[in-house]
Every structure is written in structure tokens, then in C-alpha cells.
Design a protein around this ligand. Structure first.
Ligand SMILES: [Ca+2]
Ligand SMILES: [Ca+2]
Length: 230
């Protein structure tokens, strides 16, 4: 059963710059749809049009939220500079040697992915990043990578190195990401599927992967906080 309160939450904390960027980028997405649908002679054009038109609204808001909170320099997409800033923020959480190693590994892997993309023409706009998520959600290789990332995030947050995260450690993650922690307990309870009051690695991995792969309009997963509105 979906928690109604979670479902009703809209984002309040997004700053003006963030909001402007989101609005502008969503306009770009819509514009992209329009241009593509008018290029019917272009075989790729019509398939791109279908893809964007089919993207469910709630899923799109989840992805926009993910991109927005990681787009620290507010240029509209997640790039190298954002990765560096994420590393700086996550450093506050990585207290054990094990979690410091995990953070280095996580950043190095993400850096490689970004570098590889930029060498192949790269993902350089929000529209492209959204479409990429849309394709990846059905790609077992991408999903496996998401699992690995979630597992690394879990190990970074596991400050006592005992395979179990209490609410305090989870809320620390939301704080460094700059999320409104008012709703952190609701999401913590969502992740804690066996309801033992702690979140373990499997629960975190499942919740993070579900965030990206579940396209249901009633999905209550708010792994990255309240969703942006546009
Ligand atoms: Ca950026
Ligand atoms: Ca649990």
C-alpha cells in the first residue's frame, strides 16, 4: 500500500535557480518532442518522439529530481563538476576507512562512465540524460550498475560498519544532498520493507533500483526526496 502523504508531497526546498533550470529544461524536452515529430522523414526522429511522449509523468519527475539534486553547478545536467562536488559532500559521511575506499571507488567508476560518454559524443543535455535513463531502465547491464552504485552508497552510509543503517545515518545522507529532511522518515520507512527499524544493504539496493525502474504513476518511492514540480 502506498503511503498517501508521500504521494502528495511536492518539493518545497528547490531554490529559484534550480526551478528556473528545471522549467527551461522541461521546455527543451517538449520542444525536442515537437521538432522530432515534425521530422517524419527522419526515421530516428519518429522513434525519439514516441519515446518522449511515452514517458510517464511521475517517472519523469523522479528523474528530474535526481538530476536536479546532483546538478550542483546548475547547468542542467550531471557532469564532471557535479561529480567533484558530490565527492566533497559525501566525504562528510565517509567516516570509516572502508567507506572512504567505497567513496573513492564510486567516484572513480562514475568518472569513467562520464569520460566514456564524452568520448562517444557524450550525454550533454538534460533531455539526453532523461532519455538515457528511459532506455537504461530496461537494460540489465545498466540495472546491475545501479545496484553496484546503491551498494556503494550503502557502505558509505554504514558508519558503524555493521550492515545496518539507523535513521540518523540515513537522514545525514539527505542533509548532505540538501534535501528537505521533513519527509526523510517516510522514505526511510518505505525502504525498510521488513520494518525492523533499520535499513540493510538489500533494502537500499532494491529501493534505489526501484526508483529508476518503476514507471507506475502511483509509485511512492522518494529516494531523492520530494519530487520537483514543473
Ligand atoms: Ca551540472
Ligand atoms: Ca530493515
Amino acid at each position: 500500500m502506498c503511503n498517501r502523504t508521500l504521494n502528495d508531497i511536492a518539493i518545497h526546498t528547490i531554490n529559484d535557480l534550480g526551478h528556473q533550470v528545471i522549467r527551461q529544461k522541461v521546455l527543451e524536452v517538449e520542444n525536442y518532442t515537437y521538432i522530432s515529430s515534425n521530422k517524419m522523414s527522419d526515421t530516428n526522429g519518429s522513434s525519439v518522439h514516441n519515446k518522449i511522449r511515452d514517458v510517464p509523468t511521475l517517472w519523469l519527475r523522479k528523474i528530474l529530481t535526481f538530476i536536479n539534486i546532483h546538478d550542483f553547478d546548475k547547468d542542467g545536467f550531471i557532469g564532471h563538476e557535479d561529480l567533484m562536488q558530490l565527492g566533497d559532500k559525501m566525504k562528510q559521511l565517509a567516516v570509516t576507512e572502508k567507506s572512504k575506499d567505497e567513496l573513492r571507488e564510486l567516484l572513480s567508476n562514475r568518472y569513467k562512465v562520464l569520460k566514456k560518454r564524452s568520448e562517444h559524443g557524450g550525454t550533454t543535455t538534460m533531455t539526453e540524460q532523461i532519455l538515457q535513463f528511459w532506455e537504461q531502465k530496461d537494460d540489465p547491464v545498466a540495472i546491475e550498475q545501479w545496484r553496484k552504485t546503491a551498494s556503494a552508497v550503502f557502505k558509505i552510509l554504514d558508519s558503524k560498519n555493521n550492515g545496518s543503517i539507523p535513521f540518523d545515518d540515513f537522514v545525514g545522507y539527505w542533509k548532505v544532498l540538501g534535501l528537505d529532511t521533513t519527509y526523510a522518515q517516510l522514505q526511510f520507512d518505505y525502504i525498510d520493507t521488513n520494518q525492523d527499524g533499520f535499513i540493510d544493504e538489500e533494502e537500499v539496493v532494491n529501493a534505489r533500483v526501484e526508483y529508476f525502474t518503476n514507471t507506475d504513476e502511483h509509485n511512492c518511492n522518494r529516494f531523492y526526496g520530494p519530487l520537483v514540480n514543473y
